[in-house]
Write a protein that binds this ligand. Sequence first.
Ligand code: ZN
Ligand code: ZN
Ligand code: ZN
Length: 461
Amino acid sequence: MKTLQKLSALIVILYLGVGCSSEKTEDQLKTQTEINKKEEQVAARSGLKPIGSGVMMQAFYWDVPAGGTWWQTVESKVQDWSNAGIDAIWLPPASKAQNGAFSMGYDPFDYYDFGQYNQMGSVETRFGSKAELQSLITEAHTAQLSVIADIVINHNSGGDSEVNPFTGQSNWTDFNPLSGKFYRSYNDFHPNGIHNNDSGAFGGFPDLCHDQAYVQDWLWKGAESVAKYYKNVMGFDGWRFDYVKGFEPWVVKDWKNEVGGFSVGEYWDGNAATLDWWSGQAEVSAFDFACYYRMKDAFEGNDLNRLNDDMLWKRNSMKAVTFVTNHDTDEIINGKMLAYAYILTHEGYPTIFYRDYEEWLNKERLNNLIWIHNNLASGSTSILYTDNDEYIAKRNGYNSAGIVVYINNSNSWQERWVETNWSNTTIKDYTGHSNWEPVTQSGKWVKIQVPPKSYSVWAPK
Ligand code: ZN
Ligand code: ZN
Ligand code: ZN
């Protein structure tokens, strides 16, 4: 940060030098304004925790209470979450959608209406007003949390009907938002003069054409674009791109290159190679649906051997965002706590689902796993043992000694000899599930244990 500040100061000095010897042109004034703005942003967000150093919170679920109180609910929790080791919160799509006060946001209409224009049947969104959202973001930043926006740019909803000359048929592609920003017509959707379609459409929603220069300008390129408004006016720090199967990966890459910020795409596909391909093309992270489905097979299908299979985090741990539940899918039921023990001790950037944390699971147990993730679980991964109901792996350590994690999906206590990275070392179970404190042999072997339907995490005492 110091280097950045020095660099900014240097730029200002250089600029002043130029300014002394000549009249300030409009361009120079603009440049100065930009520099000031950038400095303010850097200062305002310099205290944020690095994304990935902790755990992400998905701060909503499908059909959170309506009535415009959700932003306040989340705001009341951000400091506690930060204390527990959360480093970022992911909010639902925040701007006005066709279903107005009832919408979860995935049918976007006016990207610049955060609950301040009376349209689609209400002023506020389901989640609250613009002022309440800004208050939440400020509070999250004060708690050192980054705020990730859910961005729906595959499709729009709520336009008026007009005839598309390329098909001769009527379609709901005439958008006249009250913000006065990003009016759209049939030219901005498929089919249009550019082509008939992109890589996918969602339901019957008008499918935005990202090849259209006008759409690019309004979404991310222009000074008033959605991306810049979200970032500079609303204060969002990162992006979760919805339904990225519906358009080409360069769209996300261009957006990210234009405005920066941590980015993750929802490429809903259980094939690890495909996820790896997409995240490589888009140059951003992807949700690890491969890990999700292998965990489902492992914990619900009672075969922990499936955890040996291919996952995005095994191919590219820096690009994998792991999760057990999200607003769309919640299929790992019986082994859910074991699945959290898995993602919070393994590589990738883990996400915790709001309801799992606040309502359904044991918060103290989750906080313990978050602490283990943030403080002990570093380095590469080696799987030490698997069978139908047992799984043992070790993290080899990087800035810590690493861990050995033992997951047990059977109905009885289990114990097993394993080869650790430590010789002649007293170790203990940091979950507190076992009170053993065994000493590793000079050859690094040691016997560890785990309770039924539970897990233990071993590291030097
Ligand atoms: Zn297109
Ligand atoms: Zn599409
Ligand atoms: Zn979705």
